[in-house]
Design a protein around this ligand. Structure first.
Ligand code: MN3
Length: 240
């Protein structure tokens, strides 16, 4: 057990002794009793959303084979891995929100795979065939913050290109204020320990598995074609 995790469990144990001031992430060294079993039956479990379109629906921007492997292998593996790790570590989560607020105290396996589940569920919804350009309040917010849609795309692309190795580019809102940034690995701006925080309104997966089959090393071409399949209606829903 690493120091961070031990400290988290000690902190959690103290909190529950004090009397559930903090909503409990159930982490304990005691053996699983029948009570714990029933608690686990109610625990939050990570799951995959149904893909909102067919694997080939985003062609030519994203090819069918990339989509199929990405969804049915990579994303599915994050779900399996995080739920297994939660059970193995006897971590009881009530909600997804609780996961994000406590993630700094959880293992790397839970953080990486749980983040992977959420990020991809978000990402699938960020795309649709024939995406077009933003309109209405999204267009207004982008224009007033970044000057124009082209300038916004330029800045977002820079964030996506500048993320060294694997990670994500984001447009986030903090009380309506829009900011562009990126996170490494499967971290995201909702995590309590993220250096870049906010409510995601748009996200782009820049892991090589998201584009390598079609684009190889040309991440810039992947990003350039991705703009054709952004689902601005979903962005609008999240822009508060
Ligand atoms: Mn991915």
């Amino acid at each position: 057990m690493n120091t961070t995790r031990r400290k988290f469990i000690e902190t959690t144990a103290k909190a529950s002794i004090i009397g559930s001031i903090v909503s409990p992430v159930f982490a304990t060294a005691k053996s699983i009793s029948s009570t714990a079993e029933s608690e686990f039956a109610n625990a939050f479990e990570f799951s995959q959303i149904k893909l909102p379109y067919a694997y080939n629906a985003l062609e030519p921007s994203i090819d069918a084979m990339t989509m199929e492997i990405h969804y049915s292998k990579h994303h599915a593996a994050y779900v399996k891995n995080v739920n297994e790790a939660l059970a193995a570590d006897k971590i009881f989560l009530n909600t997804e929100k609780e996961f994000f607020s406590k993630v700094s105290g959880l293992s790397d396996k839970i953080r990486n795979n749980g983040g992977g589940v959420w990020n991809h569920n978000f990402f699938w919804q960020m795309m649709k065939p024939n995406g077009g350009a933003p309109t209405g309040k999204v267009a207004e917010a982008i224009n007033s913050t970044f000057g124009s849609f082209d300038k916004f795309k330029e800045q977002f692309t820079q964030a996506a290109m500048g993320r060294f190795g694997s990670g994500w580019a984001w447009l986030v809102s903090n009380d309506g204020k829009l900011t562009i940034g990126s996170t490494p690995n499967q971290d995201n701006p909702l995590m309590d320990n993220s250096a870049f925080k906010g409510t995601p309104v748009l996200g782009l997966d820049v892991w090589e598995h998201a584009y390598y089959l079609k684009y190889q090393n040309k991440r810039n071409e992947y990003i350039s074609n991705w703009w054709n399949i952004v689902n601005w209606d979903e962005v609008a829903k999240r822009l508060v």
